[in-house]
Design a protein around this ligand. Sequence first.
Ligand code: ATP
Ligand code: MG
Length: 358
Amino acid sequence: MAARTLRIGLIPGDGIGKEVIPAGRRILEALPASLKLKFEFVDLQAGFQTFEETGVALPDKTVEILKKECDGALFGAVSSPSKAVKGYSSPIVALRKKLDLYANVRPVKSVMTAANPIDMVIVRENTEDLYVKEERTYDAADGSGKVAEAIKRISERASSRIATMAGEIALRRQKIRDSGAASIHSSPLVTITHKSNVLSQTDGLFRTTAREALAAARFSSVGVEEQIVDSMVYKLFRQPETYDVIVAPNLYGDILSDGAAALVGSLGLVPSANVGEGFAIGEPCHGSAPDIMGKDIANPIATLRSVAVMLEFLNEELAAAKIYAAVDANLEEGRLLSPDLGGTAKTSEIVEDILRRL
Ligand code: ATP
Ligand code: MG
């Protein structure tokens, strides 16, 4: 079999992004030759520093190269300026739009040996809902002051494709379990999250469309349940082990995924990917963490796992599984942990340890 070559754009961005993205590159280069995978890398610019240097946070060239030349990308983090800066807006939000990366996929997993093991994936719709940012402010007709309102837009197309992706992810996770991987789940389950008891039209449409998409014959082995988002939060904190795949509209997904990240102990552990048709950008969930930058103490695991999530969506599940396993082995041994997990290991030592385990 000929080797497959994947061309990966590297966008370190700001702060600790510059420390963790090189680790992501190294783990790709260290994958065993038996996988018959080759990588080419393209260094790309985006972020607040890029904005300060060039006047744009996301240069056209970066978008063009990603679109024309790359199979996937890794994105580090961008600093958000403490107050609004004229002309600056988040480059990753813009990238999601320009590349139609309609899903944000966030696996949240503890080590198997944890007292209360967790292993879930949150699949967040990434293009609509309140994030269409159509807001307006006006004076109330009765003279009682200003009124502000925002559009919450939900479409059948976006709801259907995000639910379908959740179903596919549930099937893929089951396939990995069937191949003998240890797991706390025995069968695939998708939980649809909404608030259709109050928002019968918008969340109602999300709910019925997601249900329909998941009723497709190929998902017949996937269990489907629904949770109203408030009780979902309660259950997520009380019984996180129940969840396998959660699918949610944009805003609920945003909130649930940060909440779920808190369950596993550190932002430094939680990966994500922004996914569209045939393209994925791996991105650690944390920000640029200016408080720890330059000290070689950032936890690289969120990024290494983001590399794995990206690979899954580029249909390289075996390579992804190897990375997950190497990371899990490091965490389970617990000898080389970064300060956010209570250890004293340096970023570089952790990366070396995980590469060795590959
Ligand atoms: P930004 O504006 O870029 O989001 P922030 O100040 O909000 O920056 P975050 O990156 O969101 O910082 O991090 C929040 C907290 O979590 C910080 O105290 C940071 O040091 C810590 N943290 C984030 N990522 C990591 C990591 N990979 N390893 C260790 N600690 C981390
Ligand atoms: Mg932050």
